[in-house]
Design a protein around this ligand. Structure first.
Ligand SMILES: Nc1ncnc2c1ncn2[C@@H]1O[C@H](COP(=O)(O)OP(=O)(O)OP(=O)(O)O)[C@@H](O)[C@H]1O
Length: 399
């Protein structure tokens, strides 16, 4: 305990995370304070088995872990009339929750971000992607208030974050597990966070349960594996149940069980109307949960839009299987189509399935399978990055 008797003063002796919470308590208007602090109304949902814990969890796991698609939102999940598009992946909506407005950032002479603008809406998971060094972490740090933009602003729930009365109830951010003090135990770390946020101490225990660290609660963080540190970092965000969540590469180091759990948790959070901004290099994972994608490249937003637009924007391919496959492919070539043998059948580029079906049928062959192959998020990602790179190359050559 510090000589002034403040139970928060101990935070001055540590660095990183705790200093952040400390400042939250000591100087409410310090924008760093709200990195991870949340509000005290931790949810007391009915206990439902959590795949991570193999025991009860304390949040409603409404998203079946086996499924890669979220279910239709139930009215009871988020109150009456908050669902705008039942059946879609927008779970509930209340407006623009995280608004990044024309944000630019320079570190010395290096321009890292240029006029970055996007919104992460209520009830949605916004996937934030881009190559290494694109500036994703810098954007998230600016949203969390730990880095100041050179120009532009961020609004959260319609207000400047530093003006929030209870910053912790507004935003929870998991930016890096590296800042968790190594000399603390998992429990003392989370208890400290609970104290600073004015939560009951069982909020810390519940968060440890949620992320599957209950058994390791008395272990020092320095003995934690990467995955355990990630889990603890995620727990530090969940402890206060904030309305908006930002997570920077939370999947790194997690085992498959934990990934499954995190996926379920984030979808559930969106279903309850929260806004989730999720940075990740795992495209397949993002495809399963995201409603919207923001692609950052070279410090600029090179593309943003609904996930479905990313999946359907590329060249369409039709896959078919037929009798006399070689003959069918030759027939398609004669008709001017580009067809290639693939697995048990063939892939035709830039074609409509009805056209391909007609060609095969008219040639007297038996059509056994016909389907449209959608471009994956990863393919669209590389296509966009490649086209940005060639555009940059052309403009540099012209100079
Ligand atoms: N504090 C800093 N001082 C100077 N340069 C910085 C600082 N923080 C980040 N940068 C630079 O800003 C650029 C963007 O970094 P950032 O970490 O935001 O990228 P990122 O998209 O998150 O990358 P990754 O996918 O590898 O995590 C990099 O060139 C990095 O070196």
């Amino acid at each position: 305990m510090h000589s002034d008797g403040s139970k928060f003063a101990v935070g001055y002796r540590v660095h990183g995370h705790l200093a952040v919470y400390l400042r939250a308590r000591m100087a409410r208007r310090d924008i760093e304070c709200a990195r991870t602090v949340g509000h005290p109304r931790a949810r007391r949902a009915p206990a439902i088995p959590c795949p991570l814990l193999r025991g009860p969890a304390t949040f409603p796991l409404v998203y079946p872990p086996q499924s890669s698609r979220p279910p239709r939102p139930r009215r009871s999940d988020h109150g009456p009339s908050r669902t705008r598009r039942a059946g879609s992946k927008r779970y509930a909506s209340g407006g623009k929750m995280i608004e990044v407005i024309e944000v630019s950032k320079r570190f010395g002479s290096q321009e890292v971000l240029s006029q970055v603008s996007f919104t992460a809406l209520d009830g949605e998971i916004t996937g934030f992607v881009g190559p290494n060094g694109a500036g994703k972490s810098t954007v998230l740090k600016i949203v969390a208030g730990t880095v100041t933009p050179t120009s532009g602003s961020v609004m959260i729930d319609g207000h400047a974050y530093q003006d929030a009365d209870r910053p912790g109830s507004v935003l929870g951010a998991f930016l890096s597990a590296e800042t968790i003090p190594e000399h603390m135990t998992a429990f003392s770390f989370l208890t400290y966070i609970s104290d600073v946020q004015g939560l009951e101490r069982n909020a810390a225990a519940a968060a440890l349960e949620l992320v599957g660290l209950a058994k390791a609660k008395n272990q020092k963080v320095r003995r934690f594996s990467l995955g355990m540190r990630q889990r603890l970092g995620i727990a530090s965000v969940l402890v206060g149940d904030p309305q908006n969540l930002i997570l920077d590469e939370p999947i790194n180091g997690l085992d498959p069980d934990a990934i499954l759990w995190l996926r379920s948790f984030l979808v559930s959070a969106a279903q309850r109307g929260k806004s989730v901004l999720l940075s990740s290099h795992h495209m397949a994972e993002l495809s399963m949960v995201a409603n919207k994608i923001v692609l950052l490249d070279g410090g600029r937003v090179s593309r943003q839009g609904p996930l479905d637009a990313f999946l359907s924007s590329g060249s369409q391919q039709v896959y078919f299987e037929a009798s006399d496959l070689f003959g069918a492919v030759a027939q398609l070539h004669l008709g001017g189509y580009h067809a290639e043998m693939f697995r048990e059948g063939a892939l035709v580029t830039n074609a409509e399935p009805s056209e391909i079906g007609k060609v095969i049928y008219d040639s007297g062959r038996e059509l056994r399978h016909l389907s449209v192959v959608k471009q994956t998020l990863e393919e669209t990602y590389f296509e966009t990055i490649d086209s940005e790179a060639s555009t940059r190359q052309v403009s540099e050559t012209r100079r």
